[in-house]
Each structure stands twice: as C-alpha cells, then as structure tokens.
Design a binder for this molecule. Structure first.
Ligand code: SF4
Length: 252
C-alpha cells in the first residue's frame, strides 16, 4: 500500500482510538504500544520544551530526542539543552546538523538568513530533519493551539507525507503549562528572564513584550510563523548526514 495512504489511515484510526485521552496516557501509549522503537521527539529546547520532554521521560528516558543544531542558536539554548538532558536523564539525545558540504555550497558565509529565511530554514532545519528520520514512523512535538496562527487549529494527530505527526499537549493552555513547570520543578530557559517569549535561532528571535502571544519575537517583521519542520515528511535518503551525537549523560 502507498506509504502516504497507509499513514493517513493510521492517523485516522489513532484519532478515533485516542480522542479525549489524557496527554500523559496518550504519550505513554504512543511510546510503548503504538510505535515502540519507531517514534522520536523533535525538540527545539525552547521556552516550553522541557515539559513534553519531562512527560516523555516519565514513560521512557531512552526515547530518541532530535535537536536540530542550525549553527545559529543562542549559546544559552545549547547550554539549556544540556541542563535539561541531565536533569531529565535523557539517554538518547541526537543533535543533528546540515551536512558541511551543503552549508559550504548554499550558505558559505552563514548569511542566508539575511536574504531568504525560508531557504535558510530548509537548509539548516527541514532537510537535515528529513534525512534523520528514516528509521521512524512517527514524530512527536510540543506544538500547542495557544501558539496561534496555523497551530490554532492543528489536529493532535495527522499524517504528513507518509509520517505520523503527534502533538500530545496541543490543547494545554499557557496556565496549565506554567502549573506543570512549577509542579515538576522544571528548569527554565535562561532567556526568559531577558524578555524572550519564544526562542529559536539568534538572528530570527527578538525579546517580546506581547504577553498574550507565546510565539512573539519570532521572524519579526516577516510574514513567517513556521520554519517548516512540522510539514516535513518522508523523502529519499542520503541528502545529508547527521554528524554529531553528543556523549550521553547518566540520569541525575
Ligand atoms: S530560524 Fe533563521 S537562522 Fe534559523 S534556520 Fe531559520 S532562517 Fe536560518
């Protein structure tokens, strides 16, 4: 059967089965029953990322976590990634980068973001992710309806080009997220205290005063709200290679 059709049928079936099921129970079912060994979490290690990772770690600390290192991250984000990994005892963090040859070819001065942010996101995020997920049938992320724009009405389960995309905490409100951070004593991204609401790459992220918009400060002044990774599905293998897998930290 066509992979895309198969994924769409699976997504429809999962939607029927897990409609109304609590996020933690849903996450456990995805990791343990539905996609054992075939699901990964994609995390930006941004301002709300630790919550989904903490919930996943309660199920299985070995679940693969994919972090896309664009080369343009704030050093604070890289440090935060390591803090969260240690705190939660995540044993399978995979830091993925674009291939050096692709960067040399298409963005030799690391300045593509100044001229074409879509091309830069494709080169540094979307394509490396596509090349890193061939072993998986499903990807989990922490998008929420409260993020607004396209995320306001996204389904909790969908199929994109043969891959199942899952957002177990899609319906969590900012207040519920905050309560969970307190209850679980999760570390905060260091840039929150400097006025950042949402944190992506340094050139494309600014502090924001809009307390009502959790995505404020991203691609300011542009008609762009997403980098494109959440629309990334299956592609042919071999465009670039994941080149870094940091040493694993023991659980703390
Ligand atoms: S967010 Fe900005 S710097 Fe990061 S990959 Fe996209 S365009 Fe490039």
């Amino acid at each position: 059967m066509d992979l895309d059709l198969k994924a769409r049928q699976r997504a429809a079936s999962l939607n029927r089965q897990y409609q109304g099921v609590d996020s933690e129970e849903f996450l456990r079912a995805l990791i343990e029953d539905e996609f054992p060994g075939k699901v990964a979490i994609v995390s930006s290690f941004g301002t709300e990322s630790a919550l989904l990772l903490a919930l996943a770690a309660r199920v299985n600390r070995d679940v693969p976590i994919i972090f896309l290192d664009t080369g343009h991250h704030f050093p604070e984000t890289l440090a935060y990634r390591d803090v969260v990994q240690r705190r939660l005892g995540l044993t399978n963090l995979r830091t993925i980068k674009a291939a050096a040859s692709a960067l040399a070819d298409r963005d030799p001065d690391a300045a593509l973001w100044q001229f074409d942010t879509d091309a830069c996101c494709s080169l540094r995020k979307v394509e490396p992710l596509q090349d890193a997920i061939h072993e998986f049938d499903a990807l989990i992320s922490g998008r929420k309806h409260s993020h607004g724009a396209l995320r306001s009405f996204m389904p909790r389960i969908e199929a994109v080009d043969g891959l199942i995309k899952l957002d177990p905490i899609a319906d969590w409100s900012p207040e519920r997220v905050e309560e969970a951070y307190e209850a679980l004593d999760l570390p905060r991204h260091p840039l929150i205290s400097r006025g950042y609401r949402s944190v992506g790459c340094r050139p494309c992220t600014a502090p924001a005063s809009d307390a009502l918009d959790p995505r404020a400060g991203r691609w300011v002044g542009q008609n762009k709200t997403e980098c494109g990774i959440h629309r990334a599905g299956r592609v042919e293998q071999g465009r670039s290679d994941p080149i870094e897998r940091p040493a694993l930290h023991a659980a703390s």
